[in-house]
Design a protein around this ligand. Structure first.
Ligand code: HEM
Length: 393
């Protein structure tokens, strides 16, 4: 998996080098999405969607996913939910809001259909991808699943894995770029790791090395704690016997959930400074002890190192019921978690060792628009060659 991700990162750096040479500002919000969409497509279909190459979302893949989420995230909360509304009333709302749901997936279906046809006529030899698995998928009756089912699987992965990770990357890097002393600390931790491994700065580096860098890992945790990618609450049914939580009885008929944003900023869990971005809170001995960090980690609704679900643990049932979720919890947990962490970590390490990154448009360098995802828009950056002293941050 990592070599495929690396291939897409390398193609992004090629484009970023061009911007850097011309000293042209980059719409980082857009390019990070091009990157994460191209990664998912490469893993699924062994071919990127072509967003990095084209430098634009010409086929409206991303725009259409966003439109669909706007629709789905709102109708999903209606009393009868979208399914029951989909034909008559949904059609009306579609026209009123100009959502064009059906039309919006056409470009994606055309792309997926062409890949399915290609693969059926010339099956992959050796290096199989997700599409190879989808083509062998069977339904409950044991029959091979048709094209619609395959579109569904590919669409699911794109919708679940691209925007989530793209928001994660921006959430992690944004506060670093605004804080020169911590930026320098991270850059020097990375420079040392590159040196110790004999790798030239900005070149591909394995996640295996990066996973052991404490400040880098702390920045990933802290960025996603402060800004979870998904801030809509994922609903859960209470267990058949109900459950006692914090002095309240949750009735078996209840559907409940919690906000990852609120949980991640809870003073009782993360301290009085829970609203502040402070990566040091995750480094033993700097602000918190190891025990305090373990406690925070257990309660973090985002990139936690929490152990697997334990059916005998009250805390685990609480977490499951409360649907804590950057990556979810329990049996519906995110299947792309490891991929997302690898993408975020490698992206951060390579961009910060390859360039000096300057964030533009302070004091309001980005805007946030929440519709299921808490999307970070309009983040503009300027890249400088490392060591040329152009950026004094
Ligand atoms: C930072 C990045 C990501 C975040 C925050 C995230 C978050 C989530 C969350 C909250 C869920 C729902 C879990 C639940 O219902 O309890 C989920 C499910 C899922 N995610 Fe992710 N995800 C990320 C990256 C990815 C990636 C990269 C992929 C794959 C390419 C992916 C694929 C999926 C799939 C297929 C599901 C549905 C699992 C199921 O219901 O069985 N996700 N994710």
């Amino acid at each position: 998996m990592e070599p495929k991700v690396q291939g897409v990162i390398n193609s992004l750096w090629k484009r970023f080098d061009e911007f850097e040479q011309k000293q042209e500002p980059i719409n980082f919000s857009k390019w990070v999405s091009y990157f994460t969409y191209d990664v998912v497509s490469t893993l699924c279909l062994s071919e990127p969607l072509g967003l990095i190459q084209e430098g634009a979302d010409n086929q409206k893949f991303i725009e259409n996913v966003h439109r669909s989420f706007y629709w789905l995230s709102n109708t999903g909360f209606l009393p009868l939910s979208c399914q029951k509304l989909i034909n008559l009333i949904a059609g009306f709302f579609e026209r009123v809001f100009g959502l064009e749901i059906a039309g919006s997936v056409t470009s994606f279906i055309q792309f997926a259909a062409s890949k399915i046809n290609e693969r059926r006529t010339s099956p992959s030899i050796g290096n199989s991808d997700m599409l190879d698995h989808f083509l062998k998928m069977k339904d409950r009756e044991g029959k091979i699943v048709g094209d619609m089912g395959i579109y569904g699987e590919i669409g699911n992965l794109l919708a679940a894995g691209a925007d989530t990770t793209s928001v994660g990357i921006k959430a992690v890097i944004g506060p670093i770029l605004r804080d020169p002393p911590r930026y320098r600390r991270l850059q020097s931790e990375l420079d040392d790791a590159y040196k110790a491994s004999g790798i030239s700065l900005g070149q591909p580096i394995s996640y295996n090395i990066l996973k052991d860098l404490p400040f880098l890992q702390a920045c990933v945790k802290e960025g996603t704690r402060i800004h979870p990618s998904i801030i809509y609450q994922l609903p859960r049914h209470a267990p058949a016997s109900g459950v006692q939580l914090e002095g309240f009885f949750i009735d078996p008929s209840s559907t409940i959930s919690t906000s990852p944003l609120a949980q991640n900023r809870c003073n009782a869990l993360f301290g009085d400074d829970a609203n502040e971005w402070k990566p040091e809170r995750w480094i033993p001995g700097e602000i918190n002890t190891e025990e305090q960090i373990r406690f925070m980690d257990k309660n973090l609704a985002t990139v936690s190192s929490r152990p697997p679900f334990d059916p005998f643990s009250m805390l685990d049932w609480t977490m499951l019921l409360m649907s804590v979720a950057q990556f979810g919890y329990g049996s519906r947990t995110c299947i792309g978690r490891n991929l997302a962490i690898i993408e975020m970590t490698k992206f951060l390490a390579e961009i910060l060792t390859r360039y000096d990154v300057e964030l533009l448009n302070e004091p309001k360098p980005w805007s946030i628009h929440s519709q299921w995802f808490a999307e970070i828009h309009d983040m503009m950056i300027l890249l400088h060659k490392r060591g040329e002293g152009a950026y004094k941050g």
